[in-house]
Design a protein. Structure first.
Length: 142
């Protein structure tokens, strides 16, 4: 039995075996992490492609009719409202997780109509969904 163990160790110690070498790394803070500055989203990304298929402008008129013209705070844009609901339904996630996913993902920010990546979401609170989602016709998010 001892002979088998010695052979096993010899096999593992052969030159072709993998060796782990610990590399000393300084703690990297989130602020020190470098983001790519390539500047473009991939055109073949699923969210970019889906955004191109949706006739956002055509639905804007119907959406606008759900709100008062001059009274109250401004509603979220149609693309933001519908886009966030599509993301939520497509990914099967909660309101809170949808807000976090949009905040963290430039493709999702593009999908909801942002022109550049921002580190904080325009959906500042997940409770936004409970008030504005009734304004989007249900057939649009199915």
């Amino acid at each position: 039995m001892q002979e088998k163990t010695v052979k096993s160790l010899e096999t593992r110690a052969s030159p072709s075996a993998l060796v782990y070498r610990k590399v000393e790394q300084a703690h990297l803070s989130a602020e020190d992490f470098e983001l790519s500055v390539e500047g473009n989203l991939a055109a073949d990304n699923r969210w970019v492609q889906l955004a191109q298929l949706i006739p956002w402008a055509e639905f804007e008129e119907e959406y606008a009719q759900n709100f008062e013209a001059e009274v109250g705070p401004p509603a979220k844009s149609f693309r933001l409202a519908l886009g966030a609901l599509i993301i939520k339904e497509k990914l099967g996630i909660s309101d809170r997780e949808t807000v976090e996913q949009i905040r963290e993902n430039p493709y999702l920010q593009y999908f909801i109509g942002q022109t550049s990546y921002i580190m904080r979401s325009h959906l500042t609170h997940p409770y936004w969904f409970t008030s504005d989602k009734e304004s989007v016709p249900s057939w649009l998010i199915k």
